[in-house]
Design a protein around this ligand. Sequence first.
Ligand code: FEO
Length: 405
Amino acid sequence: MDCIQNITPDIYWVGGSDRRLALFENMFPLDNGVTYNAYVILDEKTALIDTVDDAIRQQFFENLHAALGERPLDYLVINHMEPDHCAHIADICRMWPGVKIVGNPKTFQMIRQFYDMDLEGHTLEVKEGDELSLGRHNLRFYMAPMVHWPEVMLTCETTEGILFSADAFGTFGGFTGNLFSDEVDYQAVYMDEFRRYYTNIVGKYGPQVLAALNKLSCENISMICPLHGPVLRGGDIPAVMGKYTRWASYRPEKQGVVLAYASMYGNTEAVVHRLAGLLSQKGVGDLRMYDVSKTHYSHIIARAFEYSHLVLASPTYNMHLYMAMDLLVSDMANLNLKNRGVAIIGNGSWSPAAHTILQKKVEEMKNMNLVAEPLVIRSAMKPGQEAELEDMAEKLAVSVKQGDL
Ligand code: FEO
């Protein structure tokens, strides 16, 4: 049974959802699945914008045939070659032998890398600013390398101002039935997953995201159709553009503290709890606390992009960091997180090393301000260290309230 929906009278959403998938990219936990979006434009010529993941193959083809009816498919635009969007290129070429695949040179290079298929007679190569008329609808192509892969391009339907944005502006979360963002409380339903998707999937490529946003500023966009999540329209368009501009600039959304700790027997955890209490007493009203062994790092990464300050606390393990903390901090560095205030707590029962390793890793990141000397505890914090912790809390609180990051 098809589940197509109209975006406009002659543009259809032909995607679907996978709520059985546990880990997106085999890494990121999905509590509520993910959508894979694809879109059909019916005009003098017909066009399909992207395909979907193999997991929803049957739903996709039922949708595609329902949208096209008896008409042949003239164009398949490939905005992104990650397999969650391009699993059915060969099938489509078999079903509609006259179809032209629209892509840039890197698109075709990647098709050849992923698939053993003969592209002869099936390619229409485009470059920055090229246009393709379907009749009343006109497509303009923008290259957007590294938003999220090097071959990514964005397709703007210029007659109605509809941006087909590839991974940009996508979110985790399965289809709810409401296709449009303004049919749901987007902030409540999607914003946390929208942030988690951006920061973990695209977060490394802030300058490239800003370059793409800059290119799009000349278009009058009425709708954004991403490859994951709801179609954005109305006030949600400037809202998500604003979020992207902030995240891509690595500027926090909020003044507040994310406290991320590793703790084997509760002693490091107890210090973090004590610090959080002191921060609260000093008027810091927005604290988020995570045990890195319990919360997947992708959630903590999203909060680290959201908040202005970080507390990182870890035991020493095999003369190195506790592994879950090592993973979190390494990923922060890999995603180019910067411009944060940081405080560090290290624990070690015979030869504490966690604090120096954490400090080195943080100092290797750009514009990370260590607001206080690292606090080193041996097995458990002793009453004599209370003043040191109080000093750390005071410096953190002052920095948060100054809002100077
Ligand atoms: Fe949804 Fe980069 O693929």
